[in-house]
Design a protein. Structure first.
Lengths: 1010, 167
């Protein structure tokens, strides 16, 4: 059953493609006050506190301070700390009722609030709002001291010092030290005094008597702030917000709306809007180009003869060199002989004499014979290296007749003694099929044995064999390719510093699919490849120079960049097209040389057979960057590159097709299949926005998930958003948090912003984490997110009631021409939040906000024009702005237009139009518009009379604590003679303190008597 | 305020917890065995017995995987006159190597039915190593040799002590 419910939920989400409705508390925390006002239900203390705030400020609901206090009291009585603290401050400062304040502070202290604990301690210590009671005071400051409040620790320390007991005095010193460490100046001074004269400790404490006589609040505050201030407004006990910090008294009028500050909105539409933009060739990492180039530059597999060979015994190498008919010899008459020949001559002179008398060819033969005899002598004595070298002569046919069998014999003798060179040569001999019988297995075994003993040649040869597989002379497969083992063998040979293996390993790594790698792994791999090419190049592998230059080009070091340029220039001059391409890239990006687009294009054209060049030239042609560039040519070039399996080309071809309104999805799919993340993400955005079928949403979700798992920050943010808002999947705030974090920790600003919003809304466990939210907004702002400072300011304003900080944050955002920031700044100036009212400034800010398209800004601007505040009165302009805002369905604008039509401002009164505006505004939850509309329906003024509808609307308002509506209902029912109904509504109006209620009640009573 | 007694109870609880956690974690380094004197590079394992201390020292190896791992000694010289100290490690078992060369290198492989040598794997993913930096060997116990073939951690420690080596 449960699974069915879940399936239905998923399907609902999927087919509608919309987020599940946010909770009322989320709505409040994110500043959606109209929605919060409609959905928050009392009985829950948090809801009651939020409702209280809405009523207190007149945000979303009509301002109603008595009702707000009622809500706060309800929440406080249920133990909700913010409500308790608010009421405690309200009782202390507004009501000037310290006894009542103490009751609330005690409740807050019981929950563990340190400010409340200290206030209670002070109240009992000084007897403020209660009788003096040092024991009760101590109970509170002991709790605070344990929670690390320095003043409490100091007070407790002093108390212990005043004791007669030695151990207690010791304790006193401990508490004083703790307080001193936490910065208590009083504790530091007392400790200093005690250090100078320890004997006076008791007198010191007792001498500081508390003041007697009537106690003022200033005395308490001065004590609580350690003398820093006596003003409650400067202390942590200040009552902030609309109570005392708003300079504009108009905001305190009951039964009207104040305009709340706005939070920026990141909607699904803006976040997932597909961006059909071509990839700029210069935005692609050079390493990505190189890895694609590597695919096109595949070389033919090596043959056995290509594998490294050990040199012959040095004497034979020299003899062979001199026997060569091809090589140039510096001295044709030079006599080469083994060192052992010297031993047989008595003196050097004897050797020279021999040389003169022996003919040249005889010399040669003699030399070979002597050297061979020498080697043979050592081999039969069991010297493994001599056995190996003798084997080499038989294998190569140097100084002896070529004889593979004899070679094998000598190699095997050496191999028994763990001579790995012999094992390697044996391996190659068997694999070459020169043995009788042919035994490839044995060849592999010898190579493996040598490789596992650490022989670098064997490791390299095996790497190559595993890489390409092994065939016999009939082309039958002996060994299938095994890329994993090939790489492993190249790794081992590289560990032996064998340069060809390093080069080969780097090549293999560039050619392996990197689609499955995350960002961190890619960076690590790139560094590793560069190191391998670098080492190989340093050891003389010429082929490694150009690949290394590609990686050097990505370095930020000028010397490396210069080296890349020099290599590319040198190789390009000799006609290497890959080098020409690199040279083009370097000129294009200004790496190692100043930017020069003409040169870049020239070198790209030199390398025009290269798909990467075609891609770049094609993209430039489509954007008209290249001279004579046009869409047709662009398409030709991109199609050519696409045919060579270059995913960037597929992607840009898709965009070109989209721009020309041709089918683009196939190219995008091709790019995505080739591993292009950009293509995958665009495809996902496209599917999500279209969302015409379950498959498309599922596909989008899977694409985001796939790329997010690889660490892509944008994909992680979008996946998190899907979880956060239950789009295409069940809502899961914990998964949302996880993926937002993946993006946020990579400094992806949108991920950081949305993580902040998740914490602010409290979707994780129903509690908002304001400090976490602020942290991530700060991070997002640092990384350039324009919404983040506004969100930060919003929290500072609505949660911390710190208008100065909020003002600064909004100002920061306003530099990005953000309409919401201008609007919030305008409100600060208009309402005088924490500063004097400044209509001129408010006007300027609202004007900017309105011009940037904010409907809220338009309404406030219109109101200033209407009243002539901060500007000349101009009702026509006011109406213009109201009309513009009304087009965006702004309920306040509709109400204002209704009033204008009702009162005939700018043009003759039009009650029908007025009623239409009021009705539309009322439908959007504007209660004052609703009352006007109900009145018109009731009276039939301008529209057809409809008492039943009027009653319905009045009832709706009255149920929402509107006392005026209750009075109107009472009047209607009185006229109808329904006294019981009338009495019910009169009672409600009376309890809400409406002045007409009393009069109407007596009228009703009189009527009943008659 | 937490009094002394409750603080002691807490401290004891933490201690017991640590002990029991240590008991559960068989793969944790034995006491005195530190993550030094070795490195994993290019899939191989390199030991540096002589690094920061006397040459004759002792390494503990733990097979992190659920299959056997073969350690093949990899030498630089082309012809070796001494034996290769190859060794097969059982899954989740400890082995101990006494060593006194400047550098000892190993290739790691896992069994493969088609080859006696097995498939080469990255040692870093399969083997955990630590070095006993303060260890005393008897005069007749010097050289490179496996002291413990395959054992539990406590078993390996007992064998080391039995051998007359004081870890």
């Amino acid at each position: 059953m449960k699974s069915i419910v879940i399936s239905i939920s998923i399907l609902t989400g999927i087919y509608t493609g919309t987020a599940l409705a946010e909770s009322a508390q989320d709505a409040y925390r994110l500043g959606h006050y109209v929605l919060a006002g409609q959905q928050l239900q009392p009985l829950d203390p948090v809801n009651e506190y939020y409702l209280g705030k809405l009523r207190l400020y007149g945000y979303g609901l009509l301002k109603n301070t008595p009702l707000a206090l009622h809500y706060f009291t309800e929440a406080a009585q249920k133990g909700y700390l913010p409500a308790e603290l608010l009421l405690a401050r309200y009782s202390l400062i507004v009501k000037n009722n310290p006894s009542e304040a103490l009751v609330w502070f005690k409740k807050a202290a019981a929950i563990g609030d340190n400010d409340a604990r200290m206030y209670c301690a002070a109240a009992y210590l000084f007897g403020y709002g209660t009788a003096k009671n040092p024991d009760m005071a101590r109970k509170y400051y002991i709790d605070a001291a344990k929670s690390g409040v320095p003043l409490a620790q100091y007070t407790l320390g002093k108390y212990f010092l005043g004791s007669r007991d030695k151990q207690s005095k010791q304790l006193g010193l401990i508490w004083l030290s703790k307080a001193a460490k936490l910065g208590s100046a009083q504790a530091q001074q007392t400790l200093e005094k005690l250090e100078k004269n320890p004997a006076h400790s008791k007198e010191e404490v007792v001498s500081e008597d508390l003041p007697s006589g009537p106690i003022q609040l200033q005395t308490i505050i001065s004590w609580l702030t350690e003398g820093k201030t006596a003003e409650v407004s400067q202390s942590p006990y200040a009552l902030k917000g609309i109570f005392l910090n708003w300079a504009n008294k108009n905001t305190t009028f009951e039964n009207h709306y104040n305009q709340p500050p706005l939070m920026p909105q990141v909607t699904k539409e803006t976040l997932f809007k597909p961006k059909f933009k071509m990839i700029k060739p210069n935005d692609i990492a050079i390493s990505d180009y190189f890895e694609n180039i590597a695919h096109f530059n595949k070389v033919a597999p090596p043959v056995l003869q290509d594998y490294p060979q050990y040199p012959l015994y040095p004497t034979f190498e020299l003899l062979r060199y001199h026997d060569s008919l091809v090589l140039q010899h510096e001295d044709e008459n030079v006599f080469i002989y083994p060192e052992t020949l010297l031993d047989s001559a008595d003196t050097e002179l004897h050797v020279l004499t021999l040389l003169e008398i022996v003919p040249k060819d005889q010399n040669r033969r003699l030399n070979y014979q002597k050297a061979l005899l020498d080697l043979y002598g050592r081999a039969i004595l069991g010297e493994s290296s001599a056995q190996f070298e003798l084997g080499q002569l038989y294998q190569a046919g140097v100084a002896v007749a070529k004889n593979p069998k004899a070679a094998i014999n000598y190699y095997e003798l050496a191999a028994i003694q763990q001579e790995t060179r012999a094992e390697y040569n044996l391996g190659l001999l068997y694999l070459s099929g020169q043995t009788d019988p042919i035994d490839y297995e044995k060849g592999l075994d010898w190579l493996l044995d040598a490789a596992f003993k650490g022989n670098a040649y064997a490791q390299y040869a095996l790497g190559s064999i595993y890489q390409y597989g092994l065939m016999d002379e009939k082309n039958e497969v002996l060994l299938e390719p095994n890329i994993e083992q090939a790489m492993a063998m190249y790794h081992l040979a590289s560990a032996n510093d064998f340069a060809p293996a390093e080069y080969q390993l780097a090549n293999m790594l560039t050619q392996t699919n990197q689609a499955d790698l995350n960002v961190r792994m890619k960076a690590h791999r790139s560094r590793f490849i560069k190191q391998l090419y670098h080492d190989a190049a340093n050891k003389g592998i010429r082929d490694a120079f150009l690949p290394l230059a590609f990686y050097q080009a990505m370095s930020h070091q000028p010397d490396e960049q210069l080296s890349a340029f020099e290599t590319a220039a040198l190789e390009a001059q000799s006609g290497n097209t890959t080098a020409s391409l690199l040279l083009g890239l370097l000129y294009d990006r200004g790496i190692g040389i100043a930017v020069n687009h003409t040169e870049a294009i020239r070198w790209y054209k030199e390398a025009n057979v290269h798909p990467v060049s075609a891609f770049i030239l094609g993209t430039y042609a489509s954007r008209g960057i290249e001279e004579g560039g046009d869409k047709k040519k662009a398409k030709e070039l991109l199609t050519f590159a696409s045919g060579k399996k270059l995913p960037f080309a597929d992607y840009n071809l898709a965009i070109l097709n989209y721009q020309q309104q041709e089918p683009f999805v196939p190219s995008l799919l091709k790019a995505r299949e080739a591993g292009s993340q950009t293509a995958g993400l665009l495809l996902a955005d496209y599917y999500l926005n279209k969302a015409t079928s379950q498959e498309e949403l599922k596909e989008a979700y899977q694409l985001y998930a796939e790329f997010a798992k690889k660490g892509d920050a944008e994909a992680a943010t979008k996946l998190a958003y899907l979880y956060d808002h239950g789009i295409g999947t069940l809502p899961n705030p914990f998964e949302a948090e996880k993926w937002y974090r993946v993006a946020a920790t990579q400094n992806y600003p949108m991920g950081q912003y949305l993580l902040g919003e998740l914490y602010q809304a409290g979707r994780l466990n129903g509690q908002n984490h304001v400090n976490e939210a602020k942290h991530w907004y700060e991070e997002a702002a640092k990384n350039g997110n324009v919404n983040a400072p506004i969100a930060l300011g919003f929290i500072q304003e609505t949660h911390d009631e710190d208008y100065q900080a909020a003002n600064l944050a909004y100002q920061k955002a306003s530099t990005h021409q953000n309409p919401v920031a201008f609007f919030n700044l305008g409100l600060i100036k208009e309402y005088g939040k924490g500063e004097p009212v400044d209509y001129q400034q408010a006007f300027i800010f609202y004007q900017k906000s309105a011009e940037l398209g904010s409907d809220a800004g338009m309404v406030q601007l219109g109101k200033l024009y209407l009243k002539g505040l901060g500007t000349e009165k101009d009702t026509a302009l006011a109406e213009t702005w109201f009309t513009k805002a009304a087009e965006q369905k702004n309920r306040q604008a509709l109400y204002q237009l209704g009033l204008m039509r009702f009162h005939g401002i700018n043009q003759a009164a039009d009650l029908q139009k007025a009623a239409a505006y009021f009705e539309e505004a009322a439908n959007l939850g504007h209660e004052k518009a609703l009352m006007h509309f109900a009145f018109m329906l009731e009276s039939g003024k301008g529209i057809s009379k409809d008492e039943a509808r009027a009653i319905e609307l009045y009832t709706q308002a009255a149920r929402n604590h509107n006392a005026r509506a209750a009075i109107e209902l009472a009047k209607i029912y009185m006229q109808k003679g329904e006294t019981r109904q009338a009495q019910i509504w009169l009672d409600q109006a009376k309890s809400a303190g409406h002045p007409e209620a009393e009069k109407l009640t007596s009228l009703l009573k009189n009527k009943a008597q008659f | 305020m937490m009094n002394f007694k409750s603080m002691m109870i807490c401290l004891m609880a933490i201690c017991f917890q640590t002990v029991s956690e240590a008991k559960e974690d068989e793969s944790a380094n034995p006491l005195g065995c530190q993550n030094t004197g070795y490195r994993f590079t290019l899939k191989t394992l390199e030991l540096f017995p002589g690094e920061n201390g006397p040459h004759q020292t002792m390494y503990f190896f733990y097979n992190l995987s659920n299959q056997s791992v073969i350690l093949h000694q990899m030498r630089r010289e082309e012809s070796a006159r001494s034996m290769y100290i190859n060794h097969t490690m059982m899954p989740s078992h400890w082995s101990v190597l006494a060593a006194n060369e400047n550098v000892i290198r190993f290739i790691c492989s896992i069994p493969n039915k088609r080859s006696d040598y097995g498939d080469v794997v990255d040692c870093a993913n399969y083997v955990k190593v630590c070095k006993n930096t303060q260890v005393r060997f008897g005069l007749n116990n010097k050289g490179n040799f496996w002291i413990v073939d395959n054992n539990s951690k406590n078993g390996a420690l007992r064998q080391v002590v039995y051998y007359g080596i004081i870890p």
